[in-house]
Design a protein around this ligand. Structure first.
Ligand SMILES: Nc1ncnc2c1ncn2[C@@H]1O[C@H](COP(=O)(O)OP(=O)(O)O)[C@@H](O)[C@H]1O
Ligand SMILES: [Mg+2]
Length: 328
C-alpha cells in the first residue's frame, strides 16, 4: 500500500488525475446524463455500433425474463463456445465465457465444468440485477466468443486481452493493453487480477505494466516480457476508438476493444467512467494530455472548424506518442 501511495505521489507531479477531478471536470462536464444508457447497457451499445458500421461480437440472443430462459438451448444452437453476460454489468462480474462442451456439460475458459442448470441459475441471477449498476433488473446477453489473435499467446494467460483507449471529445489520450492472468479467470479487468500495460499512442508498442498495483515487466504466468510488443493494426484501433465519439455522443469515455483471430478489431464495450489506473500502467498522468485536447478544441472553435476521426488520431499521435520512459 505504501508503494502505491509513493508512486501516486510521484505521479502527481506528472499531472495524475484523481477521482474527484475526473468526475467534476470530465465525466460530469462532457458526458450528458441522457446518453448514459447507450454505454451502460451493452445491448444498446451493440445495436448503435452495428448501425454505425462498427464491428462488435455477434449477438446470438437476449434473455429478458425467467420464462425466456428456456430459449437458451435454441439461442446457443449447436455452438460449442459462447459468452453470457449481464447487459448492465461492470468490472467483469457475472460474465460466463464458455469455451467448449464436455459430456453434456460446458467448460469455461478457465477450465471449470458447469452444468446446464448452473448456467440457467447464472442467467436468473443476471435478470434479478445481481450484477447490474444499482441492482436494477437486467437482461442477459448471449454472444460470440472472441478468440484472441495469436500475437497475445506469449503474454496472456487464457481468456481475451483487451485494449482500452481513453477518448476525450473524440481525441484518444491514453491507451492500455489489459492481459488476463491465472488470477483474473480469463477476464481482462484489472481488479479481477489482470495486468495493465501502457501503450505508445504513436506506434502501438507496449510499455511496462502494472499488476495488483505493482510495477512489472514480465507476465506472472508466462514469464514473458510484456513490454516492446507491437500491437497489430494500431492505427485501426486508434481510428475505431476516436470514432466512438460520433457513435455515442459522450465526450469522456473508455473504449474497450479486442482483436479476434478471424474478425479483427471489435468493440467490446464503452465506459462512461473509465478507471484511473491507466495512468499507472503508462507512468503518466492524464491531466496534461486532457488540457492539450481542450486547448485544441478551443482553438478549432475560434476558427469554426472541427476535425475528423483521422485528424484527431494524427493530433494525438503527434502530441502524445513516442514517449520515452525517462521523460514521463
Ligand atoms: N465475447 C467475449 N469473448 C471472450 N471474452 C469476453 C467476451 N466478452 C467479454 N469477455 C471477457 O470478459 C471481460 C469483461 O467483459 P466486458 O464486456 O468488458 O464487461 P465488463 O463491463 O464487465 O468489463 C473482457 O475484458 C474479456 O476478457
Ligand atoms: Mg470491460
Amino acid at each position: 500500500m505504501i508503494g502505491l501511495w509513493k508512486r501516486w505521489k510521484a505521479l502527481e507531479a506528472r499531472g495524475i488525475m484523481g477521482i474527484n477531478r475526473r468526475n467534476a471536470d470530465y465525466v460530469l462536464k462532457y458526458n450528458k446524463r441522457s446518453l448514459y444508457p447507450i454505454v451502460d447497457d451493452k445491448i444498446i451499445t451493440k445495436m448503435r455500433a452495428i448501425e454505425a458500421g462498427i464491428n462488435v461480437p455477434e449477438m446470438y440472443g437476449i434473455i429478458s425474463t425467467e420464462k425466456e430462459i428456456e430459449k437458451l438451448d435454441e439461442i446457443i444452437g449447436g455452438r460449442t463456445d459462447f459468452v453470457i453476460k449481464p447487459a448492465q454489468g461492470a468490472g467483469g462480474d457475472g460474465i460466463l465465457v464458455i469455451a467448449d462442451r464436455f459430456e453434456g456439460r460446458y467448460r469455461t475458459v478457465s477450465g471449470k465444468i458447469v452444468s446446464h442448470e448452473e448456467i440457467e441459475y447464472q442467467i436468473s441471477s443476471i435478470l434479478t440485477g445481481l450484477y447490474s449498476l444499482g441492482g436494477h433488473r437486467d437482461r442477459a446477453l448471449i454472444e460470440y466468443r472472441v478468440t484472441p489473435d495469436p500475437i497475445f499467446k506469449s503474454i496472456s494467460y487464457e481468456g481475451v486481452p483487451d485494449i482500452r483507449i481513453i477518448v476525450l471529445m473524440g481525441y484518444p489520450v491514453m491507451a492500455m493493453l489489459r492481459l488476463p492472468t491465472r488470477q483474473s479467470g480469463g477476464k481482462a479487468n484489472l481488479h479481477q487480477g489482470a495486468i495493465g500495460v501502457g501503450v505508445d499512442l504513436a506506434t502501438g508498442l507496449t510499455l511496462r505494466g502494472t499488476w495488483l498495483n505493482n510495477k512489472i515487466s514480465k507476465h506472472p504466468d508466462t514469464t514473458n516480457a510484456v513490454d516492446g510488443v507491437q500491437l497489430p493494426d494500431w492505427d485501426g484501433f486508434m481510428k475505431l476508438a476516436a470514432g466512438c465519439y460520433e457513435l455515442c455522443g459522450l465526450g469522456y469515455i473508455g473504449v474497450d476493444m479486442v482483436l479476434d483471430v478471424d474478425k479483427g478489431p471489435l468493440i467490446l464495450e464503452l465506459n462512461a467512467r473509465p478507471g484511473l489506473n491507466i495512468q499507472i500502467a503508462n507512468d503518466c498522468g492524464l491531466t496534461h494530455r486532457a488540457h492539450a485536447v481542450e486547448a485544441r478544441l478551443a482553438d478549432l472553435k475560434k476558427q469554426g472548424i472541427s476535425e475528423t476521426p483521422e485528424e484527431r488520431v494524427r493530433f494525438a499521435q503527434e502530441l502524445f506518442g513516442h514517449v520515452q520512459p525517462a521523460e514521463i
